[in-house]
Design a binder for this molecule. Structure first.
Ligand code: FE2
Ligand code: FE2
Length: 443
């Protein structure tokens, strides 16, 4: 079915384009109208209606989101959104004339749509098409939940907690809804990268495995999209990252957070979270694919295969596991946890680089810090001239020299690109819960 819907939408948009280019009487338009109508006839032959939705920047039909299609159709989707059209319903009985009138109406200027798009259609005498906003019922059908961008982290957190507990209870989950939340994260990463990466670091005080899993999912989606993976692959990696430690939720909290040396037995219980997790995710192969199984199983295997679970034969990590492994350790080291001191970013960088080539794929690790920078966005840092600054933007050419905003002292307040001004450099990191706290408010 989804292939047919793709054809419908593509033909419809070709039709709209030719209406705009040639006008409604031109043979080019008539020709594309004929094709679009044939596509509609085909899908309406065995159903009463076809409802298409625009969700965020994507096109949705039923519970399916056409990510790849959305990418190519972005201008068209924007065009419809500008005309307040989020929902397009086509009913059986639709005639070619109606479709032609509909295209004529939506090819008009966006100012015409202020009164509401449906009225325009009614005026044109189109009965078998309705357009307008998404209804609550559609949103539920499409697995869409509305949320404020600023609450994105909390929203995702809830979603994650829900899905994770469903998996633990072996209940059915909605993979499309999950993909959509992750997709929202990725979209926000492109526009609100700073804020979101900030959130991932701000929430560090929390000790829940859930938070860790979501952080790792956020880092992994960001990292893999920067590495150039296709959106669908990025989502798959993100989902696998989300579940990488699900086996841990099965292991007693006491063991996981024990401050002292673990006994041999306790340690092997912790190690078993990989196998346990893989067993869990195996039950979701139909909906989530094989990657969550692979990543749960392999994320502690290490680049040189010297980690766990131990294998009687040599097994090389899948690239998704190698990506998640880096994000996993990065988050674990950066998090402020009761059983371990809070490391500053330069210490995290040094620790991880010590294991370059053994624990971590060297090339991937270099790329990771190239994208993330050594000092994360939002970090409070002390400079060599004793002023205090917040990290604003990374410079990929030099991970130690990001763009910063000096916030103290007052008279030195300004934005500085450290690759331009080489007299200044970052000397130390101020813990955002202690000495760095007061400066965060200044930013
Ligand atoms: Fe783990
Ligand atoms: Fe982990």
């Amino acid at each position: 079915m989804s292939a047919k819907i793709e054809v419908v939408f593509k033909e419809l948009l070709t039709c709209l384009q030719s209406a705009k280019m040639y006008g409604l009487v031109h043979p080019m338009f008539q020709n594309s109208l004929k094709k679009a109508y044939a596509a509609f006839e085909d899908v309406l032959s065995d159903r009463q209606e076809v409802v298409l939705g625009i969700v965020g920047d994507e096109l949705a039909y039923d519970k399916e989101i056409f990510f790849d299609l959305g990418k190519f159709l972005r201008p068209a989707i924007l065009y419809l959104k500008e005309r307040n059209i989020q929902r397009l319903a086509f009913y059986r009985g639709l005639s070619k004339e109606e479709l032609g009138k509909f295209v004529g109406v939506i090819s008009g200027p966006k100012e015409d749509f202020k009164a509401g798009p449906q009225q325009l259609l009614a005026l044109a005498g189109v009965e078998n098409i309705s357009i307008g906003k998404l209804k609550v019922a559609d949103r539920q059908d499409m697995g869409v939940l509305e949320f404020n961008q600023l609450n994105l982290y909390d929203f995702s957190m809830n979603k994650v907690a829900q899905v994770v507990s469903s998996v633990l209870n072996l209940e059915k989950i909605d993979p499309q809804a999950l993909k959509l939340s992750l997709n929202n994260i990725i979209d926000s990463l492109s526009t609100q990268r700073q804020e979101l990466l900030n959130l991932a670091t701000v929430k560090r005080y929390d000790v829940e495995v859930y938070v860790h899993m979501l952080n790792v999912a956020i880092f992994s989606t960001y990292f893999s999209s920067r590495l150039g993976f296709q959106k669908n692959d990025v989502l798959d990696i993100g989902i696998a990252a989300l579940f990488h430690d699900i086996g841990k939720l099965y292991i007693s909290r006491k063991t996981l957070r024990k401050p002292n040396q673990l006994t041999e037995e306790e340690f092997s219980r912790i190690k078993s979270h990989t196998v346990l997790g893989a067993e869990f995710m195996f039950k979701y192969i139909d909906s989530l694919g094989i990657l969550p199984v692979v990543v749960s199983f392999e994320h502690h295997l290490k680049y040189d295969s010297s980690g766990y679970p131990r294998m009687p034969w040599l097994r090389k990590q899948h690239i998704a596991s190698a990506i998640v492994a880096i994000c996993d350790v990065y988050d674990a080291l950066s998090q402020r946890r009761g059983y371990k001191q809070d490391y500053s970013p330069d210490v995290v960088y040094n620790i991880m680089n010590r294991d370059k080539g053994s624990y971590f794929d060297p090339e991937l690790l270099d790329n990771f810090f190239k994208f993330m920078g050594l000092w994360p966005i939002g970090a409070v840092v002390g400079l060599n001239d004793a002023s205090i600054a917040l990290v604003r933007e990374q410079n990929e050419s030099d991970i130690r020299r990001p763009k910063i905003e000096i916030v103290s002292p007052q008279d030195r307040k300004r934005l500085v690109d450290l690759t331009q001004d080489v007299t200044l450099s970052i000397e130390r990191y101020l813990n955002p819960w202690k000495e760095g706290k007061e400066y965060l408010r200044l930013g």
